[in-house]
Ligand binder design. Sequence first.
Ligand SMILES: Nc1ncnc2c1ncn2[C@@H]1O[C@H](COP(=O)(O)OP(=O)(O)OP(=O)(O)O)[C@@H](O)[C@H]1O
Ligand SMILES: [Mg+2]
Length: 336
Amino acid sequence: MKKYWKQFAGWVTGSTDRLFVSARIRLAAFYLFITATILVIFSLILYFSLVQIFKDSFGKEGPDLRDKSDMLVVRTIHDLKVDALELDVIALLVVSGLSYVLAGKTLNPIRKAMEAQKEFSANASHELRTPLAVMKTECEVALKDHDLSPEAIRVISSNLEEVDRMSSMTEDLLKFSRLESEKGEVFSSRVNIADVVASVAKRMNTIAAEKKVILKLGHLDQGTILGNRGYLETMIFNLVRNGINYNKHGGTVEINLVNDGKTMRLTIEDTGIGIGQEDLPHIFERFYKVDKSRTSGGTGVGLSIVEAIIEKHNGSIEVESKLGAGTKVIVYLLVA
Ligand SMILES: Nc1ncnc2c1ncn2[C@@H]1O[C@H](COP(=O)(O)OP(=O)(O)OP(=O)(O)O)[C@@H](O)[C@H]1O
Ligand SMILES: [Mg+2]
């Protein structure tokens, strides 16, 4: 149900700012809930007051149906109840619309601040590219000088490593901003997901062999989803690369794809080092690495890119892991 709701929200918004649309709907529902509660309380007070007036006017015997003034009181009380109910319904309808508009207005400054922040990080990463490329070239040229002392070689090589790390971080940030600014239609091509899995697995065989890890392609159901082939490739690539990188000598990474008619379930399971329970909730955060040492390779952005791509495809992801035993990542995508 949640998946269909997500798909609907994506369709309504063209998959752009789903975060804001769901926040807006939730805020509007909250405003509506408060108004409805106040209305219910007032209506109940009115109802019980009218019941009391009825009792006070006619006592236990009830109204005399032949008496005109009794009938007038009875009709007035009845009309008041019906009017109150009608007013409640009208008020709720008006408030639903107003709540949605008001929620949009409340969230607007936050949306603008976030957009400005995104634009800033996109511009900053873009501007950093050129100086980093220049520094890299200068370091490489300097290292070619045969008269350098061992200390100078050590310093320049270490600088070169840092420049490389900064370059891959800025590239990752750029990838993010590009992904976030993509419009809904970019994610609406018919993609044969089994094809994508097979081609990524083929590409990764060499990397797996270098790391002495066995890459197995298990069950591969055919199936089409609506999405973007390039981004889906990046998503699967990042997940399989993690399975290989955080594995043990002689370990395995197995990929399976199951089509149950409604959902494509992609599982990537490794027999690697696993992730501790205290780290699991954080692995999708940007720049989060379980092993904080700089030698562990990546920049800690791979999984946040994976999550953003899955979100753009209205899918979902789950991770199960046991320290020292391995990790299983499950991705759910809706069949087209
Ligand atoms: N299959 C896995 N097995 C064990 N640990 C994992 C696995 N996948 C992710 N992790 C842990 O989660 C962290 C975040 O993963 P993520 O892919 O986002 O970053 P990364 O691999 O460090 O860098 P990169 O940006 O190059 O992918 C990793 O640093 C690693 O510690
Ligand atoms: Mg990674």
